[in-house]
Design a binder for this molecule. Structure first.
Ligand SMILES: [Zn+2]
Length: 115
């Protein structure tokens, strides 16, 4: 099952992560967020002086690269974080400023890191 959550930030820097429910009818290979959850978390972020920077989701058994569906579904101005579990147990994290989003560090078009 793909995990999904909201990345909240201040000044373009991620400072918190809030897990959300994956409501996709095919959660093993896709994710979807209830629009009401999205509105709720955006309001909670604003109440805390934070901004909803984008969504994180996992690619179980896949690569930390945005799929065609990720690119089509990217919200304007937000960043897409992807985590992929690698065969050696490490996790590859990728951050992709799809559809006009941006990365705070260096404003690169992507960042990847193994943790
Ligand atoms: Zn994806």
């Amino acid at each position: 099952m793909e995990a999904v959550g909201a990345v909240l930030g201040a000044g373009g820097v991620a400072v918190d992560y809030v897990r959300l429910e994956n409501v996709s009818p095919t959660p093993a290979s896709a994710f979807s967020v209830d629009p009401l959850d999205f509105v709720r978390i955006d309001g909670e972020a604003r109440d805390r002086g934070l901004t909803l920077l984008g969504l994180f989701h996992s690619h179980p058994g896949g690569a930390a690269e945005p799929s065609d569906a990720d690119r089509r579904g990217a919200w304007p101005g937000q960043c897409c974080w992807i985590g992929a579990l690698r065969a050696d147990g490490s996790i590859e994290l990728g951050a992709f400023p799809l559809n006009g989003g941006s990365l705070a560090a260096g404003q690169a078009d992507r960042q990847k890191r193994i943790v």
